[in-house]
Design a protein around this ligand. Structure first.
Ligand SMILES: Cc1cc2nc3c(=O)[nH]c(=O)nc-3n(C[C@H](O)[C@H](O)[C@H](O)COP(=O)(O)O)c2cc1C
Length: 173
């Protein structure tokens, strides 16, 4: 099966995880880049105005693969906006895809993401894995947004998460 791993990361966690999974699967790996630097302000603007940013590589590359695995953070309860061009492309060019995210989780699970993916692509992902940084931080006291935002996955975390993800992927590959 020809698999592409495509990731976007603002602070590095999703890229590191995606790179590790791609290596484990021996699949092609693409890191999304944008023409303008991403800031907290442009994140907010994308959300308010439902913007779809310009990204590299071109979403047209998706048609070459049997399965596309997207990795990216959750922002304000939604899928990170640089993944939107790819999700939109799938709506007119349906293909099997998976969605994997390591997000903060300080305010609990991101319950609207599955619905958003269905709406943007027209289909459910064949695999959906939502992971939370809060689970790597002591639960007493409850992890704060500040603590989850500052947390960088270490090599041990990446190894553990990669193994969890690859096991789940075995059912669909
Ligand atoms: C603007 C912004 C909004 C965020 N909103 C959420 C959210 O709604 N839910 C959540 O679980 N985490 C949220 N986070 C935390 C990120 O998902 C988390 O820090 C993630 O690990 C970042 O991934 P990255 O390092 O790949 O960019 C938010 C982070 C930022 C910067």
């Amino acid at each position: 099966m020809n698999i592409a791993v495509i990731s976007y990361s603002f602070s590095g966690n999703n890229d590191t995880l995606a790179g590790s999974v791609a290596k484990e699967l021996s699949s092609e790996y693409f890191q999304i880049s944008e023409s303008k630097p991403r800031t907290l302000s442009t994140i907010t603007m994308d959300m308010i105005f439902s913007r779809i940013p310009l990204v590299q590589p071109s979403p047209n590359l998706l048609v070459k693969y049997d399965l596309i695995l997207f990795f990216g953070p959750i922002w304000m309860g939604q899928v990170t906006t640089p993944l939107r061009p790819y999700l939109k492309h799938l709506k007119t060019n349906p293909n099997k895809y998976g969605f994997i995210s390591i997000s903060g989780g300080a305010d609990g699970p991101n319950t609207k993401v599955s619905g958003e993916l269905r709406k943007r692509t027209g289909a459910d992902p064949v695999v959906f894995i939502d992971l939370y940084i809060a689970d790597f931080i002591s639960t007493n006291p409850k992890p704060t947004r500040k603590a989850t935002s500052a947390y960088k996955l270490d090599p041990g975390d990446i190894k553990q998460l990669t193994s969890t993800i690859v096991k789940k992927l075995m059912d669909v590959t």
